[in-house]
Design a protein around this ligand. Sequence first.
Ligand code: HEM
Length: 539
Amino acid sequence: MALVHETIQSSVGAEGFWSYYPYGTTVSIIITVLAMVLGYLYGPYWKVRRVPGPPTIPLVGHLPLMAKCGPDVFSVLAKQYGPIFRFHMGRQPLIIVADAELCKEVGIKKFKDIPNRSIPSPIAASPLHQKGLFFTRDSRWSTMRNTILSVYQPSHLASLVPTMQNYIESATENLHSSKQDIVFSNLSLKLATDVIGQAAFGVNFGLSKPQSINESIRTVDKQGSQDDEVSDFINQHIYSTTQLKMDLSGSVSIILGLLVPILQEPFRQILKRIPGTMDWKVERTNKKLSGRLDEIVSNRMKDKNRGSKDFLSQILSARESENVAKNVFTPDYISAVTYEHLLAGSATTSFTLSSIVYLVAGHPEVEKKLVAEIDGFGPHDQVPTAYDLQHKFPYLDQVIKEAMRFYIVSPLVARETSKEVEIGGYLLPKGTWVWLAVGVLAKDPKNFPNPDKFIPERFDPNCEEEKQRHPYALIPFGIGPRACVGRKFSLQEIKLSLIHLYRKYTFQHSSTMENPLELEYGIVLNFKHGVKLTVTKRT
Ligand code: HEM
């Protein structure tokens, strides 16, 4: 060391020596910063580097691959890399699990080590969405979930049949009277939003009014074109939902969240104050939505005669009777879970309903069998009970399962390890994002021969294919203790809707519709241009 000093001193002289050291300091600062940046960018990758995956591009990871292949990217990669592989969402590596047995391991067998959901960047930029059941963690989640499950007793669901039926009748009353084709996906979104609005808030959003169905189908898509409060709320809700993009088309802070998460929050704080930016718009919408929700919640809290018909009232009553729930369900969390119901319950149910009608319209032999089963149930004005819906429509069940397999609304289920855990032969450190590729499972020819064919009979309990299939090959509602709480609710609504629809109408694809159907990949799957259908009234 002394020798090095001497050499430097003699070669640069006394003056040069002093200027040399600041230079050296600068170099070491640059090297340290570079090392930190590289450590920040590559640290997450380094911890899971043994899991196979395609080569990644710094910063953007595999996002360009995703933009090129769309949601099919995971099927393509599963073929190449096997049942567990690495995919980089920007800087963040995801461990993708694309095998039914491994999904069971993550979702059920090792649930206690993987109990939470990872928080993707669109949600990290949206405080409103973070306090729902979906993204809460650990003991807060389990207390919230237990209270919410107590609300979903079978008797409560059964009592919702008449409400659901009313909205369904109202939404579908005038379908045939329009000479034009209908945008069925818009109609189903309004119907699902109305049903969940009533079930969650006890509020009639009034979107499914029969006299204005075509009119409102058109206007609901335009921001602010309806001026009453309810539709304003809905428009904001739809805006807030559609802005939660998972690709690079979101707001600047969301994009930063994908590429350099550390910068996301500081930038969001700045951008949300700059009028006109997407972050400013999202912030405004979220604020308005939260304001409205807080208002609804605080009014309902004061109302001593609120009854127990809707989700919000039930949660408030449960909260009052249990001390634990009181600490967990503070007003902001109540607003969030109630809003979450609107969010989780409308887009998913609506997409599923539309995709079923679309697929049946393309398969006349399925339509014939389905209509025969529905007609065989009883007179057309006999509304099925919750029990009837569960037990008396076996072919309808097969059609729904097959449609949910064919177009799986939520093709990825996001989880995160809370301690080191071994999955599929790889040791994953605490904090690893483990995502179940349920969309890949649903198209795996091992479990579903001819996966690109729509064949409801493959779910016939007597069929060999059904008997041999892995029990977790189709999990559109997720798996284990963290699976969807709204499964029975949405299936009840979907079945009631289909029975009512096919009692009155049959549907054909509109000539104005693209073929094949184009899908859009957001927080959930959506139709790019809607599902357009020609309606024929049954005689
Ligand atoms: C066809 C309709 C629906 C589909 C396909 C669907 C799908 C899903 C999926 C895949 C998950 C993640 C499950 C997991 O991690 O294992 C989930 C969770 C959830 N869903 Fe649904 N869902 C639907 C309807 C609904 C409805 C109607 C509601 C509300 C009434 C709802 C509320 C929720 C909630 C709160 C969670 C979070 C559960 C938790 O973290 O404990 N969903 N859903």
